[in-house]
Design a protein around this ligand. Structure first.
Ligand SMILES: [Zn+2]
Length: 461
């Protein structure tokens, strides 16, 4: 049956998703081959149908069409949900009884990028499974059959589901920024259903991202939102990344609530309803998060960064809530367990509307630490994992208190520092956090000292 194999660019198949530069490392032929390889895996697992959707990038419709051809050539029924945020595709897999799903998305990356996020059954598809796509494509070892396609307009139903979990009477003024990404149309419809006053920014989908880069975890891309919150005297501001699976939040003073602070607040309602439940934060999160989960009567669990890994750990442990510094927030409490930034916003607004305190006051109740931002030190692809292993080995030999679920996180009397190899770039990622500036200075020196024997001399930070 082989009709000649297909080779993906070696940079295309990554740990948590598939991503490349359109016209350079990613083409329609890649999308078709990915559809065939992924469709083959769905068929092998006994599946019959897959959902397909796409984000607002200029190249997305072209890639989606090729993807759908590949999937249906495997004999699958392809349920096309069209343009929408990635979580709407996840929702489609659950609600349209699909055996898997593929979203064409370049997430928060620049306009020339695109890629794919996948689900097999109700689980994230990642790691070794993604490598297997390359093997199947290289051999053209594909399932065959006569597939069909169906169009499903899910937007109203999806938004109604999000809004159904809103609680709270207080009328809030909220500024929202979709960054011209795929969350825009859902954001418009969602805010029509919510009480209060809603001011919308960049709600029109535009794959050139004319206003700013669609990444709400980088503070310079929140300037427009901050200005609007101040001008409108709003209670808070909410921003989404390009495909609506990551959220950024600012309070009424324009101060950012980082992913771990957001999770610490969202944990209140969840743990009140489910005392003793596990809440998962990633290794980049503040000690303040884990302390707060304990204080609220929950069980904190520190896990590896990466949305696919967090979702798998939630399933394994039955955790009703998880989150990452990067702004992925995952609710299994009253929801499906996937990362949906719009749903996270609904839950945050419920919390704010149900509280006597302002968002800024809620933020000020959280434990205060001083920390570095996420630090990025250049390190070659060939060396980055080895450097982390070397540092870990030296620390363990020296008797340091080390957590190694992801890279190495070292706890000292001052606080902690983290070193890990990025899965997506040729950098080492580090972060330090202490109770005060003097402690932070000591942690930084320890980090520099730990890297030196491996030949890494970080630029000043
Ligand atoms: Zn995203």
């Amino acid at each position: 049956m082989s009709s000649g194999g297909h080779r993906f660019d070696p940079t295309l198949l990554r740990e948590y998703d598939v991503r490349g530069v359109v016209g350079d490392t990613l083409s329609a032929a890649d999308a078709a081959a990915l559809g065939r390889a992924f469709g083959t895996i769905v068929r092998e697992a006994g599946g019959r149908s897959v959902a397909a959707g796409y984000d607002g990038r200029l190249s997305s419709p072209m890639l989606e069409a090729a993807l759908v051809d590949g999937l249906s050539a495997c004999g699958l029924t392809v349920k096309r949900v069209g343009l929408g945020p990635t979580p709407m595709l996840y929702y489609a897999v659950h609600e349209l009884d699909c055996d898997g799903g593929v979203q064409v998305t370049g997430s928060h990356n620049p306009p020339e990028y695109n890629g794919f996020k996948m689900m097999l059954g109700h689980a994230a598809f990642y790691g070794e499974q993604i490598k297997r796509l390359g093997e199947l494509a290289a051999r053209a070892a594909y399932a065959t059959g006569r597939g069909t396609t169906e169009d499903h307009d899910l937007l109203e139903r999806y938004v109604a589901r999000l809004a159904a979990d809103y609680r709270g009477e207080k009328k809030l003024t909220v500024v929202w920024d979709a960054g011209n990404g795929a969350a825009g149309p859902a954001m418009v419809k969602l805010t029509e259903r919510l009480p209060g006053r809603h001011v919308l920014l960049n709600e029109t989908v535009d794959g050139t991202f004319p206003a700013h880069h669609p990444d709400p975890t980088i503070e310079k891309y929140l300037v427009q939102l901050k200005d609007a919150v101040a001008r409108e005297k709003a209670d808070l501001g909410i921003a989404f990344d390009g495909d609506g699976d990551r959220v950024g939040v600012i309070d009424q003073h324009g101060r950012v609530l980082w992913g771990d602070q957001l999770l610490a607040l969202l944990a209140r309602d969840v743990l009140a309803a489910r005392p003793g439940a596990i809440v998962i934060g990633d290794v980049k999160a503040s000690q303040g998060l884990f302390d707060e989960i304990t204080r609220l009567g929950g069980k904190p669990l520190m896990w590896q960064s990466g949305h696919s890994l967090i979702k798998a750990k939630m399933k394994e442990t039955g955790a009703p809530l998880a989150g990452e510094m990067s702004g992925h927030i995952f609710f299994a409490d009253r929801f499906y367990g996937f990362d949906d930034a719009l749903y996270g916003a609904v839950r945050l607004l419920s919390l704010a509307a149900g509280s006597k305190l302002s968002v800024g006051e809620l933020r000020d109740q959280l434990p205060v630490f001083v920390n570095t931002p996420e630090l990025r030190f250049p390190c070659s692809e060939a060396r980055k994992f080895a450097v982390v292993d070397e540092v870990k080995a030296r620390l363990k030999a020296a008797g340091a208190e080390v957590t190694d679920v992801d890279g190495v996180r070292v706890k000292t009397a001052d606080g902690w520092w983290l070193l890990r190899a990025s899965n997506t770039q040729d950098v080492l990622v580090a972060r330090c956090e202490a109770r005060d500036q003097a402690g932070l200075a000591r942690l930084k020196q320890q980090l520099i000292g730990a890297l030196k024997p491996s030949g890494i001399e970080p630029p000043e930070f």
